[in-house]
Design a protein around this ligand. Sequence first.
Ligand SMILES: Cc1cc2nc3c(=O)[nH]c(=O)nc-3n(C[C@H](O)[C@H](O)[C@H](O)COP(=O)(O)OP(=O)(O)OC[C@H]3O[C@@H](n4cnc5c(N)ncnc54)[C@H](O)[C@@H]3O)c2cc1C
Length: 412
Amino acid sequence: MTDNTIPHVAIIGGGPSGLMAAEVLSFAGVHVDIYDAMPSLGRKLLLAGIGGLNITHSEAYGLFCARYGKRQTDLQKSLDRLPPDDLRSWVHTLGIETFIGSSGRVFPKQMKAAPLLRAWLHRLRDAGVRMHVRHRWIGWDAEGALRIINPSGETLIKPDATILALGGASWPQLGSDAAWVALLQARAIKVTPLQSANCGFNVAWSPHLREKFAGAPLKSVTLSFINDQGITDQRHGEMVIGAKGVEGSLIYAFSQQLREQINVHGKATFLLDLAPGRTTERVLADLTQPRGSRSLSKHLHNRVGISGVKAALLYELLSKEQLADTLTLAAKIKALPITVHETRPLAEAISTAGGVSFTNLDQNLMLTHLPGVFIAGEMLDWEAPTGGYLLNGCFATGMSAGLGVLDWLSRD
Ligand SMILES: Cc1cc2nc3c(=O)[nH]c(=O)nc-3n(C[C@H](O)[C@H](O)[C@H](O)COP(=O)(O)OP(=O)(O)OC[C@H]3O[C@@H](n4cnc5c(N)ncnc54)[C@H](O)[C@@H]3O)c2cc1C
């Protein structure tokens, strides 16, 4: 039997942010029901586990917080409530050991999400959290009750508080389909347009490059990008030539800057250094060596170490005249321009930029227009690079929303 004096909170969305809110609330003795449209919870967390589940990052806290860029101030209170070290300790309470990789990223020792999710759901059930899968939230009725569709029809729920933790719009097949955008906009909530983040970009490659090299990694290249303020950002790493464009970790690292420049100018250009180990002078000297009867491809391979997809890119992007001119060729090997006009679709992206604007929210992540309704996770208007910042941000805002509900209930 339910004790009617104990407050009842509905959490919509059983991803990392919703589950963290459920933990905070259930441990405080509140009745918690989680509703999720999918047949099981935490599907995107499980997908993140395929890449090893990068939970957070071990760099200095100041640097860590700065990764949230323009939204650092909005997120600071949440991050302070669950900084990386505390998040790591929290993971350990689930019986999951962690380690710091060579890049400073933090992972579970098993490099997967299933054991963590299993232990967490178990602990939440033990704490009394009720989980309702195949329950889709479709908005509010005229009296402000939550409308939930489940396999047996529609139910109306009137909790004491609600947390919406519905995710962004990437990988909608895992549940986060952003159907909430229209529902919140209908209630005059400002939603910054959703866009791809940590994503690839379209490039119309020739059929030859597509057929021969789609999926090929461009190993050890240096990418340079000059922003509108004239500041150059340069990083070394790997990217992939995809069938429809460019993708991979190096591209994801620049995706926010590239996307923002596309938003302003309709296009963005970055430069690739295909021979980062050699200076331009050395590349020029190598190319100037006598070629004899060797083809240019052989010469590039033997003298500059450029072959495979790197050579194919030069043939793809340079004219015959540019390829024939040693000075130009050397310069392009060190700075090959690639122009992009659009991101790959949001459904393919790792994460979502845009979302519920912080201007709608109070310090506790409650919607000021809809008192008693809190927002957490990726559906908020923030973005961060890969490296564990996304999950740490989701766990932290989930915790904040949970604490915010407790504070609100205590005042009510
Ligand atoms: C391929 C991939 C790899 C990733 N790897 C990492 C990583 O290693 N490290 C990292 O930090 N981040 C990673 N991320 C990002 C991270 O997984 C997400 O940022 C995080 O899962 C978002 O958590 P969330 O709780 O906000 O939303 P979600 O995890 O998307 O959960 C939202 C939940 O809401 C439910 N829902 C949506 N709409 C409704 C509705 N109307 N009614 C009921 N339920 C609904 C969904 O079914 C879903 O269960 C990765 C993402 C992808 C796609």
